[in-house]
Design a protein around this ligand. Structure first.
Ligand code: NAP
Length: 510
């Protein structure tokens, strides 16, 4: 079996970004394993009506691949998917992508410091493994009595069944998170009834989404500096949102005022307004942006049901007050298994240790990227790399620059194995959790997918994004055990990746 310098899992923003960085640095010996038949990750999988990014597209895109053609402030899903396909094609990474290769397992081989990656029908060997599997790719299904036996069609928002015609149907939607608030306004006008089952009302602020006209697009195309300025303006505007949790929680009160005013403006019915008013601090859960969700809930064919669901019986959803509401279709907007992103039995590190066992108390990593005992493995969008306020693409590019620098160090030192020191990883996470424990996500009076069952916040980066970038600007080899150079196949063993200077320069803030 051939040993590749790098194998990348996934071809969403992370996996593609990593592959493009390698190409731009001149590397050719790498493979991207993609489970589906197309690139795009979350932007390929989520096709529900109204799916769009809730971060402005001029920032939610690669810094090295500005797109002057974004049609709206917040681009819809098909446009983002088209952008990712374009990036893959333009940067020549498609020949490296092996489609329909869902990774079953990846095992570190201590005898020669390589990873052996197995899919349904093939095996790959690599000196370095980069996971771009993402944190929000495994849907979470509610454990509701009788749901499996529901009489009609049911599907999760991430697996939208476009063959089900919702027109004139009675539809039950469970969940009121970022996905549901995007599809509810789209389907509400066409269904006969929409029963929206809400467990916790989200905080919602207005969404200033505008078309970007041909004049402005032409300006961005002809004068790229104008687009860079627009991107910077968005970047700093979003960073200001982090003031509330990174500097002074009193700032959150201003956001709460704005969100309450938005609710009061859009929901005149006091009873509905009461149901939709959160009883926890703004920011504790992801703050949602929408200007069409509340008006959709005011429609005569829409009901917001706040009684807890006790189960599903035949064709009806039953709530704690004993009521059974008939439905033709159930749509689950119930989110993802974010606190257990990598299933047990998938990644085995040195000595055959399962990453899921290592993470029994909740996922954690050093700088969100490396895990002690799992040498030569880099996690993109790993533990505590998530954001509540800005673009994940910025975080991903920060991590990619770090990985590229690590590859450069491996090559320069002729190291076949790098493994973060357990003491360094432990100290990093102790400090991180101390910061997180005081923050609104733990202290704000809510329970969100950011928190593991243990109460530990395993999802979010607690500061400004530029702090994360600064932390990862250089591969800190002192924090790692680098294997001695005395290996049998010393010279060819380190990944053949040229210096990453060019990549790093092009991915500077913002
Ligand atoms: P989510 O935010 O986790 O929302 C899930 C919803 O389902 C919540 O309202 C939750 O209620 C409810 N729920 C879960 N289990 C339930 C049960 N057993 N019974 C009743 N209700 C239940 O999921 P999401 O809306 O799919 O969004 C997930 C994340 O994806 C977002 O936070 C965001 O990071 C990302 N996303 C991003 C965009 C974007 O535009 N960039 C769009 C969509 C999603 P509780 O609140 O009470 O738990």
């Amino acid at each position: 079996m051939k040993t590749h310098a790098v194998v990348i899992i996934g071809s969403g923003f992370s996996g593609l970004g990593m592959a493009i960085a390698l190409r731009r640095a001149g590397a050719t010996d790498f493979v991207v394993l993609e489970k589906a038949g197309d690139v795009g990750g979350t932007w390929r999988d989520n096709t529900y009506p109204g799916c769009a990014c809730d971060v402005q597209s001029h920032l939610y895109s690669f810094s090295f691949a500005p797109n002057p053609h974004w049609s709206r402030t917040y681009a819809p899903q098909p446009e983002i998917l088209a952008y990712l396909r374009d990036c893959a094609r333009h940067h020549g990474v498609l020949p490296h992508v092996h489609f329909h290769q869902e990774v079953r397992s990846a095992r570190f081989d201590d005898t020669d410091d390589t990873w052996v990656i197995t899919t349904a029908d093939r095996s790959y060997r690599a000196r370095v493994l980069v996971s771009g599997m993402g944190g929000l790719s495994t849907p979470a299904f509610p454990e509701l009595d009788g749901l499996a036996d529901f009489a009609g069609p049911q599907f999760h928002s991430q697996q939208w069944d476009h063959s089900v015609d919702l027109r004139g149907k009675r539809v039950a939607v469970i969940g009121t998170g970022a996905s549901a608030i995007q599809f509810v306004p789209r389907i509400a006008p066409e269904v006969a009834r929409l029963d929206l089952y809400q467990r916790t009302p989200p905080w919602i602020v207005p969404r200033d989404d505008r078309a970007i006209g041909p004049g402005r697009q032409a300006l961005f195309r002809r004068l790229p500096v104008t687009q860079r300025l627009a991107r910077s303006a968005i970047y700093w505007q979003l960073e200001a949102r982090a003031l509330g949790f990174a500097v002074d929680p009193r700032v959150l009160a201003l956001g709460e005022q704005a969100a309450r005013a938005h609710l009061a403006r859009q929901v005149p019915d006091p009873e509905l307004r009461r149901k939709l008013t959160p009883d926890y601090r703004l920011g504790c859960k992801r703050v949602l942006i929408s200007s069409d969700y509340y008006p959709a809930l005011g429609r005569p064919n829409v009901d917001v049901i706040t009684e807890a669901i006790t189960g599903v019986r035949g064709d009806a959803v039953v709530t704690a007050d004993g009521r059974a509401r008939a439905a033709d279709v159930i749509i689950l907007g119930t989110g993802f298994r974010a606190a257990a992103p990598i299933p047990a039995g998938t990644i085995f590190g040195s000595g055959g240790r399962d990453l899921a066992d290592r993470w029994a108390g909740g996922p954690e990593a050093y700088k969100g990227t490396t895990v002690a005992g799992f040498p030569n493995l880099f996690l993109l969008v790993g533990p505590n790399c998530g954001l509540a306020h800005s673009s994940m693409v910025y975080m991903i590019e920060s991590q990619i620059a770090y990985v590229m620098d690590a590859l450069r160090v491996m090559r320069a030192r002729r190291a076949t194995r790098i493994d973060v020191r357990p003491d360094v990883e432990a100290t990093y996470n102790r400090d991180l959790q101390a910061r997180l424990g005081r923050a609104v996500w733990s202290a704000g009076g809510c329970r969100s997918w950011y928190l593991h069952d243990s109460g530990k916040n395993v999802a979010l980066w607690p500061g400004f994004t530029w702090q994360f970038r600064r932390l990862l600007r250089r591969f800190d080899s002192d924090s790692f055990h680098l294997s001695p150079a005395a290996r049998v196949f010393l010279a060819p063993a380190a990944p053949a990746v040229p210096t990453s200077r060019r990549w790093r320069r092009s991915s500077g803030p913002p």
